[in-house]
Design a protein around this ligand. Structure first.
Ligand SMILES: C[S@@+](CC[C@H](N)C(=O)[O-])C[C@H]1O[C@@H](n2cnc3c(N)ncnc32)[C@H](O)[C@@H]1O
Length: 276
């Protein structure tokens, strides 16, 4: 019954899925994913009871549409419209929408379908914003665009409708406030940058910096003390090794293709850290 992400997302974990599953606890109560992004692990597992969170509001519009019958229909209908109307000019018209003053008040199905359409038609299939928070990836110059896979989309809709899934939008700390002994938290934060490679950080207008990595390591420790199973992925950097030196650090290799700058692409060492 597993499904795939509806958007391609920087730092997406599709290629590390097998390793992540191997390193997860065999059993747990509630599943928490505070940096859910494209949701590769969540959709592979489809846990019955889950809390997901991300600070990116556009992404949350998609998940909230998947969880509501009416918004889901409206989102699909609008995706069909985008496919029919697609052209170079149309792409830029839709891209401009987040510059309109009342964009934040647009219905969620409109924002969700815009994000999916742009993700499927832009260069490299990437979500990236500038310092003002406006989407700024250029067109991928595709003649035709397919915005979604029907079977996959329906699987996801059924999952969101039928499972006990809580969707939160905000900072990662709030997302795990209810985590208790026996629950499982998977943290997949924006990467700590390597000194000699460009690292993607433009998920929102706020960058995730070293202080945030330290804040996250403190939270990891707090959850560990509570008896929560915690797994975290990041780059294999000096800082990350220092922050988690009391825990199990597994080094894995990953291919990173989704960087707008070619210097940031290629094979990189990542770590999967567990407290169990
Ligand atoms: C590496 S990505 C997660 C990728 C995801 N595991 C996947 O498979 O697609 C990191 C995510 O963290 C989100 N993020 C950045 N800062 C955050 C914060 N302070 N709190 C919660 N989420 C945040 C970004 O919007 C992004 O979606």
């Amino acid at each position: 019954m597993n499904a795939k992400p509806v958007v391609k997302w920087a730092g997406g974990k599709r290629q590390l899925i097998d390793k992540l599953i191997e390193l997860m606890p065999d059993e747990y109560d509630h599943y928490f994913e505070p940096f859910v992004g494209g949701g590769a692990l969540l959709f592979e597992l489809m846990p019955e009871n889950a809390t997901i969170n991300d600070v990116n509001e556009e992404l949350l519009c998609i998940y909230n549409c998947l969880a509501d019958k009416d918004d889901f229909k409206l989102m699909i209908n609008e995706l069909e419209n985008h496919e029919k109307n697609h052209s170079e000019k149309y792409f830029y018209q839709i891209r401009e929408l987040d510059r309109t003053p009342d964009y934040q008040n647009f219905p969620i199905w409109k924002r969700a379908s815009r994000t999916i359409y742009l993700n499927k038609s832009c260069f490299n299939g990437l979500y990236r914003v500038n310092s003002k928070g406006y989407f700024n990836v250029p067109s991928g110059k595709k003649k035709k665009v397919q915005t979604y896979d029907k079977v996959n989309m329906l699987k996801l809709h059924n999952y969101f409708i039928n499972s006990g899934i809580t969707i939160l939008s905000g900072d990662f700390t709030k997302a795990v406030e209810k985590a208790q002994r026996g629950d499982f938290v998977y943290f997949d934060p924006p990467y700590d940058p390597f000194d000699d490679k460009d690292t993607f950080t433009s998920y929102t207008k706020f960058n995730f910096n070293k202080d945030d990595q330290v804040r996250l390591a403190d939270l990891f420790k707090e959850l560990d003390n509570k008896g929560v199973y915690v797994m975290l992925s990041n780059h294999n950097t000096k800082l990350i090794n220092e922050l988690y030196d009391n825990y199990n650090i597994n080094v894995v290799n990953a291919k990173r293709m989704i960087n707008s700058n070619a210097k940031g692409r290629g094979n990189v060492e990542e770590v999967i850290i567990t407290n169990y």
